[in-house]
Design a protein around this ligand. Structure first.
Ligand code: FES
Length: 127
């Protein structure tokens, strides 16, 4: 899977919202660091977090087991199923929030905002 990623932390700097239709187009046109915006490949046997680490990025995590939400990401485009055992409530799943330590995208392409642990609703679950 080819993943286009964007750091949630830069949204505020640019006045962008997670719900902006053209969020990734705007990110592509902005002078962003490779750590904040870019592309990476996720192999079939990898979690998204592992793929990001293999690509040289330090995305947030703590438990690596679906129990803390430090590794939360927002799936803007693409399919990223989640295993049954994890801490996220259905309401978060409905908003496209996933845990990068225990899941990875299954669609050929995906657009993912990482580092969303401080997003309202997710931050309340942080351990
Ligand atoms: Fe704790 Fe992913 S690192 S849920």
């Amino acid at each position: 899977t080819r993943v286009e990623y964007l750091n949630y932390e830069v949204l505020g700097d640019h006045g962008w919202e997670l719900t902006d239709e053209d969020l990734f187009e705007k990110a592509a046109g902005a002078p962003l660091d490779d750590d904040d915006y870019g592309e990476l490949r996720v192999e079939d046997n990898q979690s998204l977090l592992e793929a990001a680490e293999d690509d040289g990025h330090a995305w947030p995590f703590a438990c690596r087991g679906g129990a803390c939400t430090n590794c939360a990401v927002a799936v803007v485009e693409g399919e990223m199923p989640t295993p049954t055992s994890h801490i996220l409530p259905q309401e978060m799943l409905d908003r496209g929030i996933r845990l990068s330590c225990i899941s990875s995208p299954v669609s050929d392409e995906a657009k993912i905002v990482f580092n969303v642990k401080y997003l309202p609703g997710v931050n309340e679950l942080l351990l």
